[in-house]
Design a protein around this ligand. Structure first.
Ligand SMILES: [Zn+2]
Length: 90
């Protein structure tokens, strides 16, 4: 008699690069590489190509330390942490 409500479907889930926690995609910041190969926040969440996900600025440093960006984007990334950290605060 347990009917699953379609209103409570979790939706797509993504893993945060920093803490490795799985979260609903809508709660995470999506990052994509820009033309300078810098990870930038994909505000519209619709940029084409490979994306990476972070919960927030706290997880950014953890992700950098683990070189998670290199793995996510399959190339070496010269990350400007400050710019991205600022973007993740908003
Ligand atoms: Zn996280």
């Amino acid at each position: 008699m347990n009917v699953v409500s379609t209103d409570e479907r979790p939706g797509p889930v993504r893993t945060c690069l920093g803490c490795g926690k799985k979260q609903p995609k809508r709660l995470l910041h999506r990052l994509v590489l820009d033309e300078r190969r810098q990870p930038v926040k994909d505000t519209a969440q619709t940029a084409p190509g490979r994306g990476a996900y972070l919960c927030g600025p706290g997880c950014l440093k953890a992700a950098v330390k683990k070189k998670a960006f290199q793995r996510a984007f399959k190339q070496s990334i010269e990350l400007v942490v400050n710019d991205l950290e600022e973007a993740l605060r908003t």
